[in-house]
Design a protein around this ligand. Structure first.
Ligand SMILES: C[S@@+](CC[C@H](N)C(=O)[O-])C[C@H]1O[C@@H](n2cnc3c(N)ncnc32)[C@H](O)[C@@H]1O
Length: 216
């Protein structure tokens, strides 16, 4: 096991018995001390499934990036004409992302998906979630996935991206790839538009992008 994975598991294992089981995210960013190599999920570029979706989409408007981490997807959306709000539970991640991407068009916020303001409901033309649900342990993930669809405006889209779980494989997470059934639950109050599955060159595992739309 490499040292980055070892560090993640050590921090994660400590947090699960603590009062705040999501505190390990902040600790990972904080310990990294501005060195991106210590952030195991940082691809240093927008997710290719985000790029593909934006390239084929004619929509624009208000976008909300959930758990934006170091902000590559948020910055990409902003460059492509979206009004972006990007939030993360980690204060260090938000400060760091705003320093990397000096884009005055992005509204960076520290916020917890479990406690979002009511005023955000049905406000966003695009709600984007990349690798968040799969990073949250299952008991909390079930509650977290309910929080996404209510944020989508009429005619807006919810886009979720992650690793697909195949054949009930047992995985030592985090992350925990999601089954198709679990992904479908995420957008059940919306209309499904696509369930795209493929490999990404040089990345392991099979990946999905699920898109839903709120028609009325
Ligand atoms: C695996 S990382 C993915 C980060 C980013 N989306 C990316 O693709 O690089 C999961 C992110 O979700 C954030 N996160 C976890 N739980 C959260 C919550 N309840 N509310 C907001 N952000 C959360 C973490 O701090 C972390 O930045």
């Amino acid at each position: 096991m490499d040292k980055i994975r070892h560090n993640l598991l050590e921090i994660y294992n400590k947090s699960i018995t603590s009062k705040n089981p999501l505190s390990w995210f902040e600790e990972i960013y904080n310990q990294a001390d501005s060195n991106r190599e210590w952030i195991p999920w940082d691809w240093k570029e927008p997710h290719p499934f985000v790029v593909e979706w934006i390239e084929k989409s004619e929509n624009k408007g208000n976008a909300l990036v959930i758990g934006c981490g170091l902000g590559e997807d948020a910055a990409y959306l902003s460059k492509n004409g979206w009004n972006v709000t990007a939030f993360d539970i980690s204060e260090t991640a938000i400060k760091w992302a705003s320093e990397i991407h000096k884009d005055p068009g992005i509204d960076w916020k520290v916020a917890d998906l479990f406690y979002l303001p009511d005023s955000w409901k049905m406000r966003y033309d695009l709600v984007l979630e990349v690798h968040i649900l799969q990073a949250i342990q299952e008991d909390l993930m079930i509650e977290a996935r309910e929080k996404l669809a209510p944020l989508v405006s009429t005619n807006g889209h919810l886009v979720c991206i992650g690793k697909l779980r195949i054949n009930d494989e047992i995985v030592e997470g985090p992350p925990w790839p999601m089954s198709k059934e679990s992904i479908e639950e995420t957008g059940k109050e919306l209309d499904i538009v696509e369930f795209h599955v493929s490999h990404i060159p040089e990345k392991e595992d099979i990946r999905y992008r699920a898109t839903w739309k709120r028609d009325i």
